[in-house]
Design a protein around this ligand. Structure first.
Ligand code: C5P
Length: 216
């Protein structure tokens, strides 16, 4: 890979894009950015300061202070932070500030895998590869439940499913950068696919693009 290489991965919450992004970044030796963490960091800062999530100027200040090298997944992965993140993510100015940081990250050699909601459509519209990863809401809720139970927690399937429905609605329905597949994205439905199979399918798509490029 002689130029800065970009793999854009988008999709709804719980579709498996995070794990897939990590596997691909390892395999192709690229940097990795989970852009969801940047929105979560903004929401977390507001929560920490007991500020309402619709305080746009505080959200902008928090967005400017986001340091991509200091995103603490352990703190930011809490379910409530994800919910709050989808509320601050509707503000165009907050998005503009974070998108600029994400683009700078993508430009750093040797390139990166970025996952989120608007990577192929807005952040990196010229990405070498665009993947749109989905799964049915039921499968995503089931995975989330298994994840919670695997660390000794308990949760109610119906509640998780309702949560996922609300988050999808907010992410797909917002006016600014709604979640949708880029016109040139490869669709990967992981409803009936284990992560290993999804990884192999993604690799086949990427290797095909790389082989064609080498020949050109
Ligand atoms: O992917 P994750 O669940 O961490 O994202 C949290 C929220 O951040 C999403 O529900 C979405 O509203 C927002 N987000 C976004 N654009 C991105 C990544 C995340 O709007 N590129």
């Amino acid at each position: 890979m002689t130029h800065v290489f970009t793999i854009a991965i988008d999709g709804p919450a719980g579709a498996g894009k995070g794990t897939l992004a990590r596997r691909l970044a390892d395999h192709y030796r690229l940097n990795l950015l989970d852009t969801g963490l940047t929105y979560r960091a903004v929401a977390y800062a507001l929560i920490q300061h007991a500020l309402p999530l619709d305080n746009v100027s505080a959200a902008e200040t928090a967005a400017r202070q986001v340091n991509l090298a200091k995103l603490d997944r352990a703190v930011l992965s809490a379910h409530a932070v994800g919910e709050a993140a989808s509320k601050v993510a509707v503000y165009p100015t907050v998005r503009r500030i974070l998108v600029e940081k994400q683009r700078d990250f993508a430009k750093t050699p040797p390139g990166a895998v970025l996952d989120g909601r608007d990577i192929g459509t807005v952040v990196c519209p010229d990405a070498d590869i665009k993947l749109y990863v989905t799964a049915s809401a039921e499968v995503r809720a089931q995975r989330r439940l298994a994840e919670i139970e695997s660390i000794g927690g308990t949760a109610d399937f119906t509640e998780i499913l309702a949560d996922i429905g609300r988050r999808d609605e907010r992410d797909m329905g917002r006016a600014n950068s709604p979640l949708k597949p880029a016109a040139d994205a490869h669709l990967l439905d992981t409803s009936e696919m284990a992560i290993e199979a999804a990884f192999l399918a993604a690799m086949a798509i990427i290797d095909d693009v790389l082989a064609k490029r080498d020949k050109a």
